[in-house]
Design a protein around this ligand. Structure first.
Ligand SMILES: [Mg+2]
Length: 228
């Protein structure tokens, strides 16, 4: 089984996501509108739903009401949609991701699950914009702010079939930490100093993209089986 993060792992959408997320925070709550004003890695739950609660608690003393959360999700989604409509290139697939997902989907040896810290509607919007076919299992942060709970739920939902091993794939330091907490082997996506940090956090391997889908599939297979 392969459990993929989405933003920065399958879609090159981290900057787009950050921009729209903080723009919505700025519009609805008067918080800073610059992504640099936030350090997501310090959040306990690095997810769209978790960060919203933490940021509002930190900066105004209380989390969102249900109505505020709904309004935030709506505005965030419409900002994403506006940017994608204006320039579809803001949500491109990571090189090779489409071919790798197709390769895994066609193989009887693999089950693919997506575990994202994003909201489900925004995740599906970005996947669609990047022309990526989501697999049957996609778990988002709508009801689960914790990355550990999101990955655990994705594995549970995908586990109805037999599988030999599991590998988690992601670009964030939080993805590496989540895999570590769950005892899952982890393949990082990143380059340079960021790749070194993912390795330091336990990544078995780090790739810059999936440009060679056959080699990528082999890497995921070997990583999953070595830990099985
Ligand atoms: Mg990511």
């Amino acid at each position: 089984m392969a459990v993929f993060d989405i933003d920065g792992t399958l879609t090159d959408t981290t900057a787009l996501d950050d921009r729209c997320y903080v723009a919505a925070l700025h519009e609805l709550f008067g918080l800073p509108g610059e992504p640099a004003a936030y350090d997501w890695a310090t959040c306990r739950d690095v997810s769209d739903s978790g960060a919203l609660v933490e940021v509002l608690r930190d900066r105004r003393g209380q989390g969102p009401t249900p109505a505020e959360r709904t309004a935030f999700e709506r505005r965030f989604l419409s900002l994403l949609r506006l940017e994608i409509e204006a320039d579809p290139d803001v949500a491109r697939a990571i090189r090779g991701a489409r071919e790798l997902l197709a390769e895994l989907a066609a193989s009887p040896d693999w089950i693919v699950a997506l575990a994202t810290g994003g909201f489900e509607a925004s995740a599906r919007l970005k996947l669609g914009a990047a022309d990526l076919e989501p697999p049957g299992v996609l778990v988002a942060s709508d009801r689960l702010p914790s990355r550990v709970d999101i990955v655990r739920d994705a594995i549970a939902r995908a586990s109805s079939c037999a599988f030999a091993g599991i590998v988690a794939i992601g670009d964030g330091v939080w993805d590496a930490k989540t895999a570590g907490e769950l005892g899952l082997p982890f393949v990082g996506v990143g380059a340079g100093a960021h790749a070194e940090e993912l390795t330091r956090l336990g990544a078995r391997a780090v790739v810059t993209d999936f440009g060679d889908p056959i080699a990528s599939e082999r890497l995921l297979r070997e990583t999953a089986l070595a830990a099985a």
